[in-house]
Design a protein around this ligand. Sequence first.
Ligand code: NAP
Length: 274
Amino acid sequence: MVSWVITGSNRGIGLGFIRKLSSDPNNIMFALTRSKTTSTALLVLESKQKNVHVLQADITDVASLREVATVVDNATGGTLDVLINNGAYLSPERGDWSLDMYEGNEDLLDEDCTNFFKVNALGVIKTINVFLPLLRKSAEKSLAKVITISAPAGDLDFNIKTDLYYFAPYALSKAAVNMVAAKYTARFKNENILFLSLSPGFVDTMGDHRGANDVQKATYSKLIEQFQAGYPDWDGKILTPEESVTAMLETVSKLTVKDSGAFISHYGDTKNWL
Ligand SMILES: NC(=O)c1ccc[n+]([C@@H]2O[C@H](COP(=O)([O-])OP(=O)(O)OC[C@H]3O[C@@H](n4cnc5c(N)ncnc54)[C@H](OP(=O)(O)O)[C@@H]3O)[C@@H](O)[C@H]2O)c1
């Protein structure tokens, strides 16, 4: 049995991970969601798959994480093999603002950065700390893994090449969380744990983008245009959650503890972010 805890499992990429991994009966899945009542797809999956356990936790709320860790501890006999920090705050009110637009709006700069950091960086640290004792138990037998889903926006070159001046507080929070993997690697270098920051690519998590509303379509078109200008070899294809998850899991399966601390793409490199 391989045990997995995945945050933000109720939709998008997180749900993609649960769907894919639960099809293997050798996996036991602990699917974390902020609200069970709004996690219909996940609950349907739980009713069909014996190896899926839906648990409620907000990654900014340590008490809720500890409750979940106790359930995992009891179910696995005190171990955890893989933690995927997938849940993140993505929906800013000022997603189209560049940093200079905060001049004279410093309160909003504080507010936006705090909102992103609280979930995307600090929430990840809290989650890792709560599950670390279980992961260290697993590491005594084989390679335990802490995979944090980062983003192309967390890569310096990607932002510069694609003129991605907007999504600024989000990008700052993803750059910060890349350092989190490096810090844990430095601390636990001699233990059998891989800490990784992994970008999923550009993934259609708003449903089929061809069926998206006009605003969403315009956003996708603008992003595709900018990304193609920066990466002329990219075919402009947005990945489905399943495609992204398949690529990420294949990449992770090839890694060893020597790769700990890295920030890589779903293809396992530091160039092909799309
Ligand atoms: N889609 C892309 O193209 C793309 C590109 C780069 C990186 N990513 C990264 O991929 C990951 C998944 O993104 P997605 O596209 O699947 O987004 P999504 O569909 O918006 O899902 C985000 C998930 O995070 C959860 N979440 C938000 N705040 C949370 C909190 N405080 N505690 C626990 N869970 C929380 C959400 O729960 P609720 O449903 O309760 O809000 C939801 O399950 C994120 O880390 C994102 O930054 C995505």
